[in-house]
Design a protein. Structure first.
Length: 434
């Protein structure tokens, strides 16, 4: 059975909801082989006395979409559920989707279907547990009873893309705590979504547009609230610890080895430094449009300037050490192996590797309109590409590309080494298993 669920916000006078089904790990042939002939879709919500339903023939998936359309839905929040039913096999795929329908427009939600677990044995297209071996016995001795197999947690195949529950509207940043709690910054709904490791989510209203996210060693979550010109500190349970007024339009935050938070402002040429209690302890001059920053384990602070097309290096005292040109419109930076900074240049579709002395060591091509970057524990560099719905992975021997769909807007690494992707178009987070 293939199952997908998500939430869609509908506005008055909208022309309805169109759904498209897709996913990198399933195909029309696989559905036919499993005996699936139709996908049942149900739309429910407070404004619907009776849920709206539709049946989509599997053959319709041959078309580019939309595959299902609900033209007359009342305004309000609705839940979309799609199931491809195979009477023989259980749940094999799951996905989520969300969208905002504007007035006099049609919203298109991509329901991305991905496999759930690593199969043990595949028989006739269905996942079954491996057979329990029959123990041998010595002649004349009593048979030894077979031991009950220990349950083994299932893990998805490396590279499998898995959907999680929907988050707030238009997530633009994402972070993961040491215990696996996931946080997203939801720019349109003005919320922070907190997702526990068991998948339970709740939204924390901030009252204004949030921006960057960072989690310190104590588990405190730092949020730049662009729309309120402040930085908010959240406890691990999501409660608000405090608010600090900063300069206009704070857009990103990073934590240094001393536990201080560095904050840059989209419309100002300065960086604020806050101590763990939220008090401002320093203000340092940076270049125009400092959209992002990253801090290495040695305390070197890297700030990208989209206006000047460069990355600046500062020491822990805020002293400028140098600057390096890094292509057209740098928008994000991450620290990789050897303390090298990796900077994404959005307009060029490239990533620049810069060493601690400011020398460009390599330039790598990625997808269209890259916007976010991170380095994993294996030294690979991950890049989210908004323009083509992909994530590029740069390794020592080449580049791998994952098609994740939607508009990837943020990346985060969890304690298991899996990579989470925020999708600003579908309002979900997706996991790429490692």
């Amino acid at each position: 059975m293939i199952r997908a669920s998500g939430t869609v916000q509908l506005l008055p006078d909208a022309r309805g909801l169109a759904l498209r089904f897709g996913g990198p790990a399933f195909s029309l042939a696989s559905l036919r082989d499993a005996g699936v002939t139709a996908i049942a879709v149900t739309v429910a919500g407070p404004g619907l006395v009776v849920p709206a339903t539709a049946s989509v023939a599997v053959e319709a998936l041959d078309a580019p979409g939309p595959h299902a359309h609900f033209p007359s839905l009342p305004p309000g929040l609705v839940t979309v559920t799609a199931e491809a039913i195979d009477a023989t096999c259980g749940v094999r795929f799951r996905g989520t989707a969300a969208a905002v329908i504007r007035v006099d427009q049609r919203a298109v939600a991509d329901v991305w279907l991905t496999p759930l677990t690593l199969p043990a044995v595949v028989v006739g297209g269905c996942v079954t547990p491996p057979p329990t071996p029959v123990p041998s016995s010595t002649p004349g001795a009593s048979p030894t009873p077979a031991a009950s197999p220990s349950p083994t947690p299932s893990r998805p195949l490396p590279g499998t893309i898995i959907n999680s529950e929907p988050v707030g509207l238009r997530p633009t940043a994402i972070a993961v705590s040491a215990d696996g709690t996931l946080w997203t910054s939801d720019s349109v709904s003005g919320t922070i979504t907190r997702r526990d490791v068991d998948g339970t989510t709740r939204q924390i209203p901030l009252g204004a547009t949030p921006g960057g996210l960072a989690v310190d060693a104590s588990g405190t979550v730092w949020v730049t609230v662009t729309g309120a010109d402040e930085v908010v500190r959240l406890a691990p349970d999501g409660s608000i610890l405090g608010r600090t007024a900063v300069d206009k339009a704070p857009c990103d935050v990073a934590i240094d080895p001393q536990g201080r938070a560095w904050v840059v402002h989209e419309n100002k040429k300065n960086a604020y430094v806050l101590d763990p209690s939220g008090a401002v302890t320093g203000v340092y001059r940076v270049e125009k449009e400092p959209l992002a920053l990253a801090i290495g384990p040695a305390g070197l602070v890297w700030v990208v300037s989209a206006k000047r097309d460069l990355v600046q290096r500062f020491d822990a005292a805020g002293q400028l050490l140098g600057e390096t040109n890094v292509g057209d419109e740098p928008v994000d930076v991450a620290i990789g192996p050897g303390g090298h900074a990796w900077v994404v240049a959005r307009s060029q579709g490239q990533v620049f590797e810069v060493d601690a002395d400011g020398n460009v060591r390599s330039i790598r091509g990625v997808g269209a309109s890259p916007c976010a970057v991170l380095a994993d524990s294996q030294g690979r560099i991950w890049v989210a590409n908004q323009g083509d719905g992909t994530v590029s992975v740069l390794g020592p021997t080449g580049t791998m590309t994952y098609l994740v769909g939607g508009v990837p807007s943020g990346l985060a690494l969890d304690p298991s080494g899996d990579v989470w992707v925020a999708d600003a178009a579908s309002n979900v987070v997706r996991l790429i298993a490692q």
